[in-house]
Design a protein around this ligand. Sequence first.
Ligand code: AHR
Length: 634
Amino acid sequence: LTIQVDKPGIEISPTMWGIFFEDINFAADGGLYAEMVKNRSFEFADPLMGWDLKEVNGGKGNILVVNRNLLNTGNQRYADINLENNKGTFEFINEGFRGMGFKSGEDYNLSMMAKVGTGNINLQIQAVNEAGAVIAQTAVEPFTKDWKTLTAKLKCTQNAAKGSLKLIFTGTGRVQVDMISLFPENTFKHRKNGLRADLAQKLADLHPGFMRFPGGCIVEGRDLANRYQWKKTVGNVSDRQLIINRWNTEFSYRSAPDYFQSFGLGFFDYFQLCEDIGAAPLPILNCGMACQFNSGEVISINQLDPFIQDALDLIEFANGGLNTKWGRLRADMGHPAPFNLKTIGIGNEQWGEQYLERYKLFAAAIHNKHPEVAMVTSAGPFSGGELFDYLNKALRAENAGLIDEHYYAPPEWFLRNANRYDKYSRDKTKIFAGEYAAHIKDDAQKDKHAESHNTWWAALCEAAFMTGLERNADVVNMASYAPLLAHVDAWQWRPDLIWFDNLRSVATPNYYVQQAFSANKGSEVVPVTDNGKALTGQDSLYSSSTIDRENGKLIIKVVNTSLTAKQVSFDLQGATVSGKDMQWMQLSDKDKLAFNSVDNPDAIKPVIRSVKWVANKPVNIEPLSVNVITLTLR
Ligand code: AHR
Protein backbone atom coordinates (compact mmCIF):
# COMPACT_ATOMS: atom_id res chain seq x y z
CA LEU A 1 0.00 0.00 0.00
CA THR A 2 1.23 3.46 -0.77
CA ILE A 3 0.67 5.96 2.04
CA GLN A 4 1.01 9.44 0.62
CA VAL A 5 2.18 11.10 3.80
CA ASP A 6 3.41 14.01 1.66
CA LYS A 7 -0.13 14.65 0.41
CA PRO A 8 -2.18 15.47 3.48
CA GLY A 9 -5.09 17.72 2.75
CA ILE A 10 -8.46 16.90 4.19
CA GLU A 11 -8.78 18.07 7.77
CA ILE A 12 -10.57 15.86 10.22
CA SER A 13 -13.16 17.66 12.27
CA PRO A 14 -12.66 17.37 16.05
CA THR A 15 -16.28 16.22 16.11
CA MET A 16 -15.73 13.43 13.58
CA TRP A 17 -16.52 10.45 15.84
CA GLY A 18 -19.21 10.88 18.46
CA ILE A 19 -22.06 9.18 20.26
CA PHE A 20 -25.84 9.28 19.96
CA PHE A 21 -27.79 8.96 23.19
CA GLU A 22 -31.50 8.14 23.17
CA ASP A 23 -33.70 6.83 25.97
CA ILE A 24 -34.49 3.55 24.20
CA ASN A 25 -33.84 0.08 25.73
CA PHE A 26 -33.99 1.67 29.24
CA ALA A 27 -30.93 3.75 28.38
CA ALA A 28 -31.89 6.66 30.67
CA ASP A 29 -34.50 5.60 33.23
CA GLY A 30 -33.25 2.20 34.40
CA GLY A 31 -29.85 2.77 32.79
CA LEU A 32 -27.51 5.75 32.73
CA TYR A 33 -29.69 7.75 35.13
CA ALA A 34 -28.79 5.93 38.35
CA GLU A 35 -32.23 6.26 40.03
CA MET A 36 -33.20 2.78 41.26
CA VAL A 37 -36.87 3.39 42.14
CA LYS A 38 -39.35 2.98 39.31
CA ASN A 39 -42.37 5.29 39.32
CA ARG A 40 -40.94 7.21 42.28
CA SER A 41 -43.67 9.85 42.36
CA PHE A 42 -46.68 7.78 41.25
CA GLU A 43 -47.03 9.61 37.92
CA PHE A 44 -47.10 6.52 35.66
CA ALA A 45 -50.43 5.92 33.88
CA ASP A 46 -51.10 3.24 36.50
CA PRO A 47 -50.06 5.18 39.62
CA LEU A 48 -48.89 2.16 41.60
CA MET A 49 -47.07 0.39 38.77
CA GLY A 50 -43.78 -0.98 40.11
CA TRP A 51 -45.06 -0.96 43.71
CA ASP A 52 -46.37 -3.84 45.79
CA LEU A 53 -48.19 -3.71 49.15
CA LYS A 54 -47.92 -6.32 51.89
CA GLU A 55 -49.59 -6.71 55.27
CA VAL A 56 -47.22 -8.73 57.46
CA ASN A 57 -47.84 -10.42 60.84
CA GLY A 58 -51.34 -9.00 61.23
CA GLY A 59 -50.47 -5.48 60.08
CA LYS A 60 -53.30 -3.76 58.21
CA GLY A 61 -53.13 -0.82 55.88
CA ASN A 62 -54.13 0.68 52.57
CA ILE A 63 -52.92 3.29 50.14
CA LEU A 64 -54.82 6.06 48.48
CA VAL A 65 -53.23 7.83 45.52
CA VAL A 66 -54.10 11.51 45.89
CA ASN A 67 -53.98 14.09 43.11
CA ARG A 68 -52.98 17.34 44.81
CA ASN A 69 -53.64 19.50 41.79
CA LEU A 70 -54.76 18.42 38.35
CA LEU A 71 -53.19 21.60 37.00
CA ASN A 72 -49.79 20.99 38.55
CA THR A 73 -48.56 19.04 35.58
CA GLY A 74 -45.12 18.40 37.08
CA ASN A 75 -45.89 16.38 40.16
CA GLN A 76 -49.59 15.77 40.66
CA ARG A 77 -49.77 12.69 42.80
CA TYR A 78 -48.62 11.42 46.15
CA ALA A 79 -49.43 8.30 48.16
CA ASP A 80 -51.49 8.57 51.34
CA ILE A 81 -50.68 5.58 53.53
CA ASN A 82 -53.18 4.56 56.17
CA LEU A 83 -52.12 2.15 58.94
CA GLU A 84 -55.19 0.72 60.61
CA ASN A 85 -53.77 -1.18 63.57
CA ASN A 86 -50.73 -1.35 65.75
CA LYS A 87 -49.93 -4.94 64.89
CA GLY A 88 -47.26 -6.28 62.56
CA THR A 89 -46.05 -4.15 59.66
CA PHE A 90 -47.30 -2.65 56.44
CA GLU A 91 -44.82 -2.86 53.58
CA PHE A 92 -44.54 -0.81 50.44
CA ILE A 93 -42.09 -2.45 48.02
CA ASN A 94 -40.53 -1.10 44.83
CA GLU A 95 -39.32 -3.59 42.21
CA GLY A 96 -36.90 -1.23 40.46
CA PHE A 97 -36.22 -1.33 36.75
CA ARG A 98 -36.29 -5.10 36.16
CA GLY A 99 -34.97 -5.38 39.73
CA MET A 100 -32.42 -3.28 41.59
CA GLY A 101 -28.68 -3.90 41.49
CA PHE A 102 -26.98 -3.69 44.90
CA LYS A 103 -23.24 -4.11 45.40
CA SER A 104 -21.67 -5.50 48.54
CA GLY A 105 -19.83 -2.80 50.51
CA GLU A 106 -21.50 0.10 48.69
CA ASP A 107 -23.80 2.79 50.06
CA TYR A 108 -27.21 3.75 48.70
CA ASN A 109 -28.94 7.03 49.50
CA LEU A 110 -32.67 7.16 50.04
CA SER A 111 -34.60 10.40 49.88
CA MET A 112 -38.34 10.96 50.01
CA MET A 113 -40.78 13.78 50.50
CA ALA A 114 -43.07 12.96 53.40
CA LYS A 115 -45.33 14.30 56.11
CA VAL A 116 -47.42 12.84 58.88
CA GLY A 117 -51.17 13.31 58.81
CA THR A 118 -52.35 11.66 62.00
CA GLY A 119 -51.12 9.15 64.59
CA ASN A 120 -47.67 7.83 65.21
CA ILE A 121 -45.84 5.98 62.46
CA ASN A 122 -42.26 4.75 62.13
CA LEU A 123 -40.42 3.79 58.99
CA GLN A 124 -37.58 1.35 58.39
CA ILE A 125 -36.13 0.66 54.96
CA GLN A 126 -34.47 -2.48 53.67
CA ALA A 127 -32.64 -3.57 50.58
CA VAL A 128 -33.55 -7.19 49.91
CA ASN A 129 -32.15 -9.66 47.41
CA GLU A 130 -34.08 -11.78 44.91
CA ALA A 131 -34.62 -14.49 47.55
CA GLY A 132 -36.08 -11.93 49.97
CA ALA A 133 -33.07 -11.87 52.33
CA VAL A 134 -32.24 -8.51 53.89
CA ILE A 135 -28.87 -7.16 52.65
CA ALA A 136 -29.13 -3.68 54.19
CA GLN A 137 -31.44 -2.03 56.69
CA THR A 138 -31.81 1.31 58.45
CA ALA A 139 -34.36 3.55 60.15
CA VAL A 140 -35.63 6.70 58.45
CA GLU A 141 -35.76 9.92 60.47
CA PRO A 142 -39.18 10.75 62.05
CA PHE A 143 -42.02 12.20 59.98
CA THR A 144 -42.85 15.88 60.46
CA LYS A 145 -46.15 17.78 60.21
CA ASP A 146 -45.09 19.62 57.04
CA TRP A 147 -43.67 18.17 53.84
CA LYS A 148 -39.97 17.53 54.36
CA THR A 149 -37.32 15.61 52.45
CA LEU A 150 -36.25 12.68 54.63
CA THR A 151 -33.01 10.86 53.96
CA ALA A 152 -31.34 7.60 54.96
CA LYS A 153 -28.34 5.55 53.91
CA LEU A 154 -28.28 1.82 53.21
CA LYS A 155 -24.96 -0.03 53.47
CA CYS A 156 -25.14 -3.25 51.53
CA THR A 157 -23.50 -6.42 52.80
CA GLN A 158 -24.08 -8.57 49.72
CA ASN A 159 -24.56 -8.28 45.97
CA ALA A 160 -28.03 -8.55 44.49
CA ALA A 161 -28.69 -8.32 40.75
CA LYS A 162 -32.46 -8.22 41.05
CA GLY A 163 -33.13 -6.85 44.51
CA SER A 164 -35.86 -4.53 45.69
CA LEU A 165 -36.48 -1.72 48.19
CA LYS A 166 -38.86 -2.22 51.10
CA LEU A 167 -40.44 0.58 53.09
CA ILE A 168 -41.68 -0.98 56.33
CA PHE A 169 -44.25 1.05 58.25
CA THR A 170 -45.28 0.38 61.87
CA GLY A 171 -47.78 2.15 64.14
CA THR A 172 -51.20 3.64 63.37
CA GLY A 173 -52.36 6.75 61.56
CA ARG A 174 -51.65 8.29 58.14
CA VAL A 175 -48.53 9.49 56.37
CA GLN A 176 -48.13 11.00 52.94
CA VAL A 177 -45.13 10.15 50.77
CA ASP A 178 -43.82 11.25 47.37
CA MET A 179 -40.62 11.21 45.25
CA ILE A 180 -39.28 8.06 46.89
CA SER A 181 -35.81 7.82 45.46
CA LEU A 182 -32.74 5.59 45.87
CA PHE A 183 -29.37 6.27 44.25
CA PRO A 184 -25.98 4.63 44.64
CA GLU A 185 -23.52 6.87 46.47
CA ASN A 186 -20.93 6.00 43.87
CA THR A 187 -22.01 7.83 40.72
CA PHE A 188 -20.04 9.20 37.78
CA LYS A 189 -17.85 12.11 38.97
CA HIS A 190 -19.49 11.60 42.39
CA ARG A 191 -22.37 13.83 41.44
CA LYS A 192 -25.24 13.50 43.90
CA ASN A 193 -28.14 11.58 42.38
CA GLY A 194 -26.15 11.42 39.17
CA LEU A 195 -25.26 8.87 36.52
CA ARG A 196 -24.35 5.21 36.72
CA ALA A 197 -20.57 5.26 36.97
CA ASP A 198 -19.70 2.22 34.82
CA LEU A 199 -21.95 3.32 31.95
CA ALA A 200 -20.82 6.95 31.92
CA GLN A 201 -17.19 5.82 32.07
CA LYS A 202 -17.73 3.61 29.03
CA LEU A 203 -19.04 6.67 27.19
CA ALA A 204 -16.01 8.71 28.27
CA ASP A 205 -13.67 5.92 27.14
CA LEU A 206 -15.01 6.29 23.62
CA HIS A 207 -13.44 9.79 23.52
CA PRO A 208 -16.50 11.11 21.73
CA GLY A 209 -16.12 14.32 19.75
CA PHE A 210 -19.81 15.08 20.23
CA MET A 211 -22.93 13.72 21.84
CA ARG A 212 -26.25 13.87 19.98
CA PHE A 213 -29.24 13.75 22.36
CA PRO A 214 -32.03 13.11 23.35
CA GLY A 215 -33.12 11.19 20.19
CA GLY A 216 -34.16 9.75 17.85
CA CYS A 217 -37.85 9.04 17.68
CA ILE A 218 -38.43 10.19 21.27
CA VAL A 219 -37.81 13.76 20.12
CA GLU A 220 -40.80 13.39 17.82
CA GLY A 221 -43.12 11.41 20.10
CA ARG A 222 -45.85 9.15 18.80
CA ASP A 223 -48.01 12.28 18.84
CA LEU A 224 -47.16 15.92 19.50
CA ALA A 225 -48.46 15.83 23.08
CA ASN A 226 -45.79 13.24 23.84
CA ARG A 227 -42.92 14.91 22.03
CA TYR A 228 -39.72 15.75 23.90
CA GLN A 229 -39.90 19.28 25.34
CA TRP A 230 -36.59 20.35 26.84
CA LYS A 231 -38.08 23.06 29.06
CA LYS A 232 -39.99 20.38 30.95
CA THR A 233 -36.71 18.59 31.74
CA VAL A 234 -34.88 21.37 33.59
CA GLY A 235 -35.33 22.97 37.02
CA ASN A 236 -36.37 20.97 40.11
CA VAL A 237 -36.33 17.25 39.45
CA SER A 238 -39.65 16.76 41.25
CA ASP A 239 -41.38 19.29 38.99
CA ARG A 240 -40.43 17.64 35.71
CA GLN A 241 -43.50 16.33 33.96
CA LEU A 242 -43.26 12.63 33.17
CA ILE A 243 -44.52 11.30 29.83
CA ILE A 244 -44.92 7.89 28.24
CA ASN A 245 -41.77 6.81 26.45
CA ARG A 246 -42.24 6.49 22.70
CA TRP A 247 -40.62 3.02 22.99
CA ASN A 248 -43.38 1.91 25.36
CA THR A 249 -45.30 0.67 22.38
CA GLU A 250 -46.41 -2.29 20.34
CA PHE A 251 -44.30 -0.84 17.49
CA SER A 252 -41.20 -1.97 19.36
CA TYR A 253 -39.77 -5.41 18.77
CA ARG A 254 -40.46 -6.02 22.47
CA SER A 255 -42.95 -3.82 24.22
CA ALA A 256 -42.27 -2.35 27.66
CA PRO A 257 -45.54 -1.25 29.31
CA ASP A 258 -43.60 0.26 32.21
CA TYR A 259 -41.46 2.55 30.05
CA PHE A 260 -41.90 6.23 30.93
CA GLN A 261 -39.58 9.22 30.84
CA SER A 262 -39.09 10.76 34.26
CA PHE A 263 -36.68 13.36 32.84
CA GLY A 264 -34.50 12.99 35.92
CA LEU A 265 -31.89 12.95 33.18
CA GLY A 266 -32.79 16.25 31.53
CA PHE A 267 -31.16 18.82 29.29
CA PHE A 268 -28.95 20.32 32.01
CA ASP A 269 -27.65 16.85 32.80
CA TYR A 270 -27.01 16.10 29.14
CA PHE A 271 -24.98 19.28 28.72
CA GLN A 272 -23.06 18.50 31.89
CA LEU A 273 -22.33 14.96 30.73
CA CYS A 274 -21.04 16.34 27.41
CA GLU A 275 -18.70 18.62 29.31
CA ASP A 276 -17.58 15.79 31.61
CA ILE A 277 -16.66 13.48 28.73
CA GLY A 278 -15.24 16.18 26.45
CA ALA A 279 -17.99 15.89 23.82
CA ALA A 280 -19.52 18.84 21.96
CA PRO A 281 -23.26 18.94 22.73
CA LEU A 282 -25.65 18.34 19.83
CA PRO A 283 -29.25 18.69 21.02
CA ILE A 284 -32.04 17.70 18.63
CA LEU A 285 -35.38 19.49 18.88
CA ASN A 286 -38.84 18.70 17.64
CA CYS A 287 -39.55 20.51 14.36
CA GLY A 288 -43.33 20.62 14.80
CA MET A 289 -43.86 17.06 13.58
CA ALA A 290 -44.58 13.83 15.46
CA CYS A 291 -43.09 10.53 14.35
CA GLN A 292 -44.11 9.87 10.76
CA PHE A 293 -43.86 6.13 11.39
CA ASN A 294 -46.73 6.69 13.88
CA SER A 295 -49.37 9.43 13.92
CA GLY A 296 -47.49 11.76 11.58
CA GLU A 297 -49.24 14.63 13.38
CA VAL A 298 -47.88 18.07 12.46
CA ILE A 299 -48.38 21.45 14.05
CA SER A 300 -50.00 23.88 11.66
CA ILE A 301 -47.54 26.39 10.28
CA ASN A 302 -49.20 29.34 11.98
CA GLN A 303 -48.68 27.61 15.33
CA LEU A 304 -44.97 26.87 14.83
CA ASP A 305 -43.61 29.91 16.69
CA PRO A 306 -43.45 28.30 20.15
CA PHE A 307 -41.43 25.45 18.68
CA ILE A 308 -38.97 27.91 17.12
CA GLN A 309 -38.87 29.87 20.35
CA ASP A 310 -37.90 26.66 22.17
CA ALA A 311 -34.85 26.42 19.90
CA LEU A 312 -33.84 30.04 20.49
CA ASP A 313 -34.39 29.66 24.23
CA LEU A 314 -32.29 26.51 24.26
CA ILE A 315 -29.38 28.42 22.77
CA GLU A 316 -29.89 30.98 25.54
CA PHE A 317 -30.02 28.20 28.17
CA ALA A 318 -26.74 26.76 26.90
CA ASN A 319 -24.82 29.93 26.07
CA GLY A 320 -26.69 32.93 27.47
CA GLY A 321 -25.41 35.35 30.09
CA LEU A 322 -26.60 35.42 33.67
CA ASN A 323 -28.78 38.41 32.85
CA THR A 324 -30.93 36.29 30.53
CA LYS A 325 -33.89 34.21 31.71
CA TRP A 326 -32.59 30.84 30.53
CA GLY A 327 -28.91 31.57 31.21
CA ARG A 328 -29.93 32.43 34.77
CA LEU A 329 -31.70 29.09 35.15
CA ARG A 330 -28.55 27.29 33.98
CA ALA A 331 -26.56 29.16 36.63
CA ASP A 332 -29.16 28.41 39.31
CA MET A 333 -28.87 24.75 38.42
CA GLY A 334 -25.15 24.94 39.15
CA HIS A 335 -23.42 25.95 35.91
CA PRO A 336 -22.84 29.70 35.57
CA ALA A 337 -20.36 29.23 32.72
CA PRO A 338 -21.84 28.69 29.27
CA PHE A 339 -22.00 25.18 27.84
CA ASN A 340 -20.59 26.39 24.53
CA LEU A 341 -23.32 25.05 22.25
CA LYS A 342 -22.26 25.29 18.61
CA THR A 343 -24.65 23.02 16.73
CA ILE A 344 -28.37 22.30 17.04
CA GLY A 345 -30.48 19.74 15.18
CA ILE A 346 -34.03 20.35 13.99
CA GLY A 347 -36.14 17.22 13.56
CA ASN A 348 -35.10 13.59 13.61
CA GLU A 349 -36.19 11.31 10.76
CA GLN A 350 -38.57 13.70 9.04
CA TRP A 351 -39.44 13.83 5.40
CA GLY A 352 -41.62 15.49 2.79
CA GLU A 353 -42.57 19.10 2.11
CA GLN A 354 -43.96 19.39 5.63
CA TYR A 355 -40.46 19.07 6.99
CA LEU A 356 -38.96 21.40 4.45
CA GLU A 357 -41.36 24.25 5.09
CA ARG A 358 -40.91 23.95 8.85
CA TYR A 359 -37.14 23.64 8.60
CA LYS A 360 -36.93 26.86 6.56
CA LEU A 361 -38.70 28.82 9.29
CA PHE A 362 -36.43 27.42 11.98
CA ALA A 363 -33.35 28.10 9.86
CA ALA A 364 -34.34 31.71 9.19
CA ALA A 365 -34.92 32.42 12.89
CA ILE A 366 -31.78 30.65 14.12
CA HIS A 367 -29.46 32.08 11.45
CA ASN A 368 -30.87 35.53 12.09
CA LYS A 369 -30.45 35.54 15.86
CA HIS A 370 -27.55 33.11 16.20
CA PRO A 371 -25.45 33.01 13.04
CA GLU A 372 -22.73 31.38 15.14
CA VAL A 373 -24.82 28.23 15.66
CA ALA A 374 -24.71 25.55 12.94
CA MET A 375 -27.74 23.45 12.10
CA VAL A 376 -28.31 19.74 11.50
CA THR A 377 -31.29 18.73 9.37
CA SER A 378 -33.12 15.48 8.74
CA ALA A 379 -32.42 13.41 5.63
CA GLY A 380 -35.66 11.46 5.72
CA PRO A 381 -36.22 7.96 7.09
CA PHE A 382 -33.25 5.86 5.92
CA SER A 383 -30.67 6.74 3.35
CA GLY A 384 -31.76 6.05 -0.20
CA GLY A 385 -35.02 6.17 -2.11
CA GLU A 386 -37.21 8.95 -3.41
CA LEU A 387 -37.97 10.67 -0.11
CA PHE A 388 -34.29 10.81 0.68
CA ASP A 389 -33.30 12.19 -2.72
CA TYR A 390 -36.02 14.84 -2.60
CA LEU A 391 -34.92 16.17 0.76
CA ASN A 392 -31.23 15.91 0.02
CA LYS A 393 -31.60 18.01 -3.09
CA ALA A 394 -33.92 20.55 -1.51
CA LEU A 395 -31.75 21.01 1.58
CA ARG A 396 -28.61 21.48 -0.49
CA ALA A 397 -30.45 24.15 -2.43
CA GLU A 398 -31.07 25.84 0.94
CA ASN A 399 -27.34 25.62 1.77
CA ALA A 400 -28.13 23.44 4.78
CA GLY A 401 -25.18 22.97 7.14
CA LEU A 402 -25.26 19.26 8.00
CA ILE A 403 -27.65 16.61 6.71
CA ASP A 404 -28.24 13.75 9.14
CA GLU A 405 -28.22 10.44 7.25
CA HIS A 406 -29.28 7.18 8.96
CA TYR A 407 -28.62 3.65 7.80
CA TYR A 408 -29.51 0.37 9.45
CA ALA A 409 -28.63 -2.30 6.91
CA PRO A 410 -27.10 -5.77 6.52
CA PRO A 411 -23.34 -6.02 7.12
CA GLU A 412 -22.66 -6.52 3.42
CA TRP A 413 -24.35 -3.15 2.66
CA PHE A 414 -21.62 -1.52 4.72
CA LEU A 415 -18.94 -3.25 2.65
CA ARG A 416 -20.58 -2.20 -0.61
CA ASN A 417 -20.88 1.35 0.68
CA ALA A 418 -17.31 1.83 1.84
CA ASN A 419 -16.99 4.15 -1.15
CA ARG A 420 -20.39 5.84 -0.65
CA TYR A 421 -19.01 9.30 0.02
CA ASP A 422 -16.24 9.15 -2.62
CA LYS A 423 -19.00 10.17 -5.01
CA TYR A 424 -20.68 12.87 -2.93
CA SER A 425 -20.75 16.51 -3.92
CA ARG A 426 -18.06 18.66 -2.30
CA ASP A 427 -20.42 21.62 -1.82
CA LYS A 428 -21.03 23.57 1.38
CA THR A 429 -23.48 21.08 2.84
CA LYS A 430 -21.82 18.39 4.96
CA ILE A 431 -22.97 14.97 6.14
CA PHE A 432 -23.67 13.84 9.65
CA ALA A 433 -23.90 10.03 9.66
CA GLY A 434 -26.05 10.29 12.78
CA GLU A 435 -27.31 6.72 13.16
CA TYR A 436 -25.91 3.54 11.70
CA ALA A 437 -25.40 -0.10 12.58
CA ALA A 438 -25.01 -3.36 10.70
CA HIS A 439 -28.07 -5.54 11.32
CA ILE A 440 -27.86 -9.29 10.89
CA LYS A 441 -30.97 -11.32 10.08
CA ASP A 442 -33.15 -11.67 13.15
CA ASP A 443 -33.29 -15.46 13.13
CA ALA A 444 -29.54 -16.00 12.74
CA GLN A 445 -28.96 -15.56 16.47
CA LYS A 446 -32.56 -15.92 17.59
CA ASP A 447 -32.22 -18.08 20.65
CA LYS A 448 -29.07 -16.54 21.98
CA HIS A 449 -28.37 -13.74 24.45
CA ALA A 450 -29.81 -10.26 23.92
CA GLU A 451 -26.27 -9.18 23.01
CA SER A 452 -25.92 -11.79 20.26
CA HIS A 453 -26.78 -9.46 17.38
CA ASN A 454 -23.60 -7.49 18.02
CA THR A 455 -21.57 -10.02 16.05
CA TRP A 456 -17.95 -9.66 15.15
CA TRP A 457 -18.91 -9.74 11.47
CA ALA A 458 -21.26 -6.76 11.91
CA ALA A 459 -18.55 -4.81 13.72
CA LEU A 460 -15.95 -5.70 11.12
CA CYS A 461 -18.17 -4.48 8.27
CA GLU A 462 -18.83 -1.23 10.15
CA ALA A 463 -15.05 -0.78 10.47
CA ALA A 464 -14.60 -1.29 6.71
CA PHE A 465 -17.31 1.33 6.11
CA MET A 466 -15.74 3.74 8.60
CA THR A 467 -12.51 3.79 6.59
CA GLY A 468 -14.71 5.34 3.87
CA LEU A 469 -16.08 7.93 6.29
CA GLU A 470 -12.57 8.83 7.39
CA ARG A 471 -11.23 9.05 3.84
CA ASN A 472 -14.10 11.43 3.06
CA ALA A 473 -13.79 13.58 6.16
CA ASP A 474 -14.26 16.65 3.96
CA VAL A 475 -17.83 15.46 3.30
CA VAL A 476 -18.61 13.60 6.51
CA ASN A 477 -17.97 15.83 9.50
CA MET A 478 -19.69 13.74 12.16
CA ALA A 479 -20.68 10.10 12.65
CA SER A 480 -22.27 8.04 15.42
CA TYR A 481 -23.40 4.42 15.88
CA ALA A 482 -26.94 3.76 17.14
CA PRO A 483 -28.46 2.95 19.52
CA LEU A 484 -25.94 3.44 22.30
CA LEU A 485 -27.22 1.55 25.37
CA ALA A 486 -29.49 -1.40 26.11
CA HIS A 487 -30.63 -3.26 29.22
CA VAL A 488 -30.40 -7.03 28.64
CA ASP A 489 -33.85 -7.52 30.21
CA ALA A 490 -35.59 -4.46 28.79
CA TRP A 491 -34.52 -3.78 25.23
CA GLN A 492 -36.70 -2.82 22.28
CA TRP A 493 -34.05 -2.57 19.56
CA ARG A 494 -30.83 -4.39 18.79
CA PRO A 495 -27.93 -4.39 18.09
CA ASP A 496 -26.69 -1.70 20.49
CA LEU A 497 -23.24 -0.40 21.37
CA ILE A 498 -23.18 -1.13 25.12
CA TRP A 499 -25.26 -3.72 26.97
CA PHE A 500 -25.87 -3.76 30.70
CA ASP A 501 -27.79 -5.43 33.49
CA ASN A 502 -28.35 -3.93 36.93
CA LEU A 503 -24.76 -4.54 38.04
CA ARG A 504 -22.61 -5.03 34.97
CA SER A 505 -22.01 -3.57 31.54
CA VAL A 506 -20.22 -4.83 28.48
CA ALA A 507 -18.56 -3.20 25.50
CA THR A 508 -19.55 -4.89 22.23
CA PRO A 509 -17.14 -5.55 19.35
CA ASN A 510 -18.86 -2.60 17.66
CA TYR A 511 -17.88 -0.44 20.65
CA TYR A 512 -14.23 -1.39 20.23
CA VAL A 513 -14.44 -0.53 16.52
CA GLN A 514 -15.87 2.90 17.34
CA GLN A 515 -13.15 3.39 19.93
CA ALA A 516 -10.44 2.31 17.49
CA PHE A 517 -11.41 5.19 15.21
CA SER A 518 -12.23 7.86 17.80
CA ALA A 519 -9.15 7.29 19.95
CA ASN A 520 -6.95 7.24 16.84
CA LYS A 521 -8.50 10.08 14.92
CA GLY A 522 -5.59 12.18 13.74
CA SER A 523 -5.90 15.66 12.33
CA GLU A 524 -5.55 15.20 8.53
CA VAL A 525 -6.31 12.44 6.07
CA VAL A 526 -3.44 11.07 4.01
CA PRO A 527 -4.32 9.02 0.93
CA VAL A 528 -3.81 5.23 0.99
CA THR A 529 -3.66 3.69 -2.47
CA ASP A 530 -3.24 0.30 -4.01
CA ASN A 531 -2.11 0.63 -7.62
CA GLY A 532 -3.27 4.23 -7.60
CA LYS A 533 -6.77 3.49 -6.22
CA ALA A 534 -8.24 3.94 -2.76
CA LEU A 535 -8.48 0.62 -0.94
CA THR A 536 -12.21 -0.06 -0.72
CA GLY A 537 -12.50 -3.84 -0.75
CA GLN A 538 -9.91 -5.01 -3.30
CA ASP A 539 -8.81 -8.43 -2.06
CA SER A 540 -11.24 -7.90 0.91
CA LEU A 541 -9.04 -5.12 2.33
CA TYR A 542 -10.15 -1.64 3.37
CA SER A 543 -7.85 1.09 4.58
CA SER A 544 -7.56 4.75 5.53
CA SER A 545 -4.81 6.75 7.12
CA THR A 546 -4.37 10.01 9.01
CA ILE A 547 -1.63 12.13 10.46
CA ASP A 548 -1.78 13.34 14.03
CA ARG A 549 0.14 16.60 13.60
CA GLU A 550 0.29 17.51 17.25
CA ASN A 551 1.95 14.26 18.27
CA GLY A 552 3.87 13.58 15.06
CA LYS A 553 2.17 10.25 14.41
CA LEU A 554 1.05 8.42 11.31
CA ILE A 555 -2.01 6.26 11.91
CA ILE A 556 -2.88 3.51 9.42
CA LYS A 557 -6.12 1.55 9.67
CA VAL A 558 -6.44 -1.72 7.78
CA VAL A 559 -9.52 -3.95 7.83
CA ASN A 560 -9.40 -7.50 6.47
CA THR A 561 -12.88 -8.97 5.91
CA SER A 562 -11.68 -12.25 4.40
CA LEU A 563 -11.10 -15.61 6.05
CA THR A 564 -7.45 -15.64 4.99
CA ALA A 565 -4.50 -13.63 6.24
CA LYS A 566 -3.03 -10.98 3.91
CA GLN A 567 0.52 -9.81 3.51
CA VAL A 568 0.62 -6.04 3.28
CA SER A 569 3.58 -3.70 3.01
CA PHE A 570 3.53 0.05 3.54
CA ASP A 571 5.38 2.37 1.23
CA LEU A 572 5.48 5.69 3.10
CA GLN A 573 5.93 8.54 0.68
CA GLY A 574 7.61 11.70 1.91
CA ALA A 575 8.04 10.54 5.52
CA THR A 576 10.60 8.84 7.67
CA VAL A 577 9.77 6.81 10.72
CA SER A 578 11.71 7.76 13.82
CA GLY A 579 11.08 5.00 16.35
CA LYS A 580 12.02 1.38 15.74
CA ASP A 581 8.62 0.07 16.69
CA MET A 582 5.08 0.52 15.56
CA GLN A 583 2.22 0.30 17.97
CA TRP A 584 -0.29 -2.22 16.67
CA MET A 585 -3.84 -2.40 17.98
CA GLN A 586 -5.71 -5.41 16.69
CA LEU A 587 -9.25 -6.65 16.99
CA SER A 588 -9.89 -10.07 15.51
CA ASP A 589 -11.81 -13.31 15.84
CA LYS A 590 -12.03 -16.33 13.57
CA ASP A 591 -15.74 -16.67 14.34
CA LYS A 592 -17.93 -14.18 12.47
CA LEU A 593 -20.77 -14.80 14.94
CA ALA A 594 -18.70 -14.21 18.09
CA PHE A 595 -20.04 -11.56 20.46
CA ASN A 596 -19.43 -10.17 23.94
CA SER A 597 -22.05 -10.54 26.67
CA VAL A 598 -22.35 -9.40 30.27
CA ASP A 599 -21.53 -13.00 31.23
CA ASN A 600 -18.59 -13.28 28.82
CA PRO A 601 -17.43 -9.70 28.23
CA ASP A 602 -13.95 -10.34 26.81
CA ALA A 603 -14.57 -12.67 23.88
CA ILE A 604 -13.42 -9.87 21.57
CA LYS A 605 -11.28 -7.04 22.83
CA PRO A 606 -8.36 -4.98 21.56
CA VAL A 607 -4.86 -6.38 21.82
CA ILE A 608 -2.06 -3.83 21.71
CA ARG A 609 1.53 -4.80 21.00
CA SER A 610 4.77 -3.28 19.77
CA VAL A 611 6.10 -4.61 16.48
CA LYS A 612 9.45 -3.85 14.86
CA TRP A 613 9.08 -1.47 11.93
CA VAL A 614 10.99 -2.33 8.76
CA ALA A 615 10.21 -0.09 5.79
CA ASN A 616 8.41 -1.92 2.96
CA LYS A 617 8.60 -5.28 4.75
CA PRO A 618 5.25 -7.08 4.45
CA VAL A 619 3.28 -7.53 7.65
CA ASN A 620 0.66 -10.15 8.35
CA ILE A 621 -2.91 -8.86 8.49
CA GLU A 622 -4.94 -11.53 10.26
CA PRO A 623 -8.19 -12.88 8.80
CA LEU A 624 -11.33 -11.02 9.95
CA SER A 625 -9.38 -8.26 11.68
CA VAL A 626 -9.31 -4.53 12.33
CA ASN A 627 -5.81 -3.08 12.71
CA VAL A 628 -4.67 0.34 13.84
CA ILE A 629 -0.95 0.81 13.28
CA THR A 630 0.68 3.91 14.73
CA LEU A 631 4.13 5.10 13.72
CA THR A 632 6.14 7.99 15.11
CA LEU A 633 7.42 10.25 12.35
CA ARG A 634 10.71 12.07 12.35
O1 AHR B 1 -31.92 4.28 16.97
C1 AHR B 1 -33.23 3.81 17.05
C2 AHR B 1 -34.18 4.62 16.21
O2 AHR B 1 -33.87 4.47 14.86
C3 AHR B 1 -34.16 6.11 16.42
O3 AHR B 1 -34.97 6.50 17.45
C4 AHR B 1 -34.67 6.65 15.12
O4 AHR B 1 -34.13 7.89 14.80
C5 AHR B 1 -34.35 5.58 14.12
O5 AHR B 1 -35.47 5.19 13.41
